[in-house]
Write a protein that binds this ligand. Structure first.
Ligand code: NCD
Length: 308
């Protein structure tokens, strides 16, 4: 099912990235999230201990994972401020930190600022690793809850026309979402970004190989009338190198939607928003980002349940 890494002693299942998941894995997790939504997964993991380890800032991802853990009847240990751990203060290695956690918990939910850190953790760990975001690389649990949200609205993911807008270079959510959509039929993707923040070449290359239709444009107004989903993202300033500067002038307003959007369009955003969606959109029928954030609890219940 989920990414499998063979270790010397046993086979451990991890959720490290979206790339290695197949259509049936995605469908199964979406259906499990629906079970969670209906309250069917409550208290299915009693007695388990999940470590929630955040080396990088988080609000929704951490809190929805922890809410999911409580709903599953499991217990949670962990840290939110890696600066105040032996890793942050005393020079303990990442590898020692993971090995030590292996003795305390049954799975580790981990967010880290380095791309590839989840894969590294999975190569060391004898308990499941769930990637809650590794640098600018991937954010698989976000993508799974995004897919669940799209399915909830449209009943199907096949055939969806979606625009991903903003910092497509450093935004890990749009990387994972692009990989996931390669598993569906009849998808059209519009990538809207400034030239300097375009979607990475390795992703467009894969889209070409898989015959997924995509267009790269730089104006938000060009796409609103053509899509079912507007997926807004913020500038990932914390990932810029020193002296790196990018301008991004996208702000979606209620008026823009009123003039151009078709009736069923939904606006999504992994959040936090900074200036990408005007507050005037919140009261419109198009605003789905808070529902999307709420769906995080259901999908994260599904992911943890599936790992065991
Ligand atoms: C995203 C992240 O951390 O990558 N947020 C989230 O997990 N809900 C997007 C972002 O921070 O811009």
């Amino acid at each position: 099912m989920l990414n499998t890494v063979l270790s010397k002693k046993n086979t451990v299942r991890h959720l490290v990235g979206i790339k290695t998941l197949q259509r049936h894995d995605l469908d199964h997790l979406i259906s499990l999230a629906h079970d969670a939504y209906q309250g069917k997964l409550l208290n299915t993991l009693t007695g388990k201990i999940i470590a929630s380890c955040f080396f990088e800032a988080s609000t929704r991802t951490r809190l929805s994972f922890e809410a999911a853990i409580h709903r599953l009847g499991a217990d949670v240990i962990g840290f939110v401020d890696a600066h105040n751990t032996s890793f942050g203060k005393k020079g303990e290695s990442f590898s020692d930190t993971i090995q030590m956690l292996n003795g305390y918990a049954d799975a580790i939910v981990m967010r880290h600022f380095d791309a590839g850190s989840a894969e590294l953790a999975a190569s060391i760990s004898t308990i499941p690793i769930v990637n809650a975001g590794d640098g600018a690389n991937e954010h698989p649990s976000q993508t799974l809850l995004d897919l669940f949200t799209i399915k909830q609205k449209f009943g199907e993911i096949d055939g969806i026309k979606i625009a991903m807008i903003g910092d497509l270079r450093y935004g890990r959510t749009v990387h994972s979402l692009s990989y996931a959509l390669m598993n569906y039929k009849g998808i059209t993707i519009y990538y809207v970004s400034p030239q300097s923040l375009q979607i990475p070449h390795e992703i467009t290359q894969k889209l070409q190989e898989k015959n997924v239709r995509f267009h790269c444009v730089d104006e938000l107004e060009e796409v609103i009338a053509h899509v079912d989903v507007l997926y807004m993202t913020r500038l990932q300033k914390e990932r810029f190198s020193e002296n790196e500067m990018h301008e991004m002038g996208y702000t979606l307003t209620a008026n823009m939607l009123k003039e151009q959007a078709h009736d069923d369009l939904i606006v999504m955003h992994p959040l936090p928003r900074v200036q990408e969606i005007c507050n005037s959109v919140d009261a419109t029928k198009y605003a789905w980002y808070f529902q999307q954030a709420k769906n995080g609890v259901f999908m994260r219940q599904a992911i943890l349940y599936q790992l065991f």
